[in-house]
Design a protein around this ligand. Sequence first.
Ligand code: FES
Length: 118
Amino acid sequence: MPKLSVEGFETVEVESGKRLVLAIEQDAGVDILHACGGNARCTTCRVEFVDGEPERMTVAERDVLAARGLSGVRLSCQIICDQNMTVRAISRLAGSGRKDAGHEPAAEIEPPPEWINK
Ligand code: FES
């Protein structure tokens, strides 16, 4: 099982194939935002990779990051846990002023992923 380390939190083992946003929230216990419910629209699920950044990304992730002019971050709702990863959770409910993190992302990546190499 892949290991997930969120800086400042305990390293956990996660089910291979789980969406990273769900692993951060449910396994690592971190209050990451997912305002659009994991649909590659809001970018609030963004993380910075310290180690283990996946080479592949979804077209939806590429497009929304480009549209927002974002670099150096990845969208955790568009990433599958299939290797060990270390990330910084830079977009959390605490301190955001939001009333909740957003509705729960589905178990599978949405929209249906079309993979490219970043
Ligand atoms: S882009 Fe909205 S939750 Fe990932």
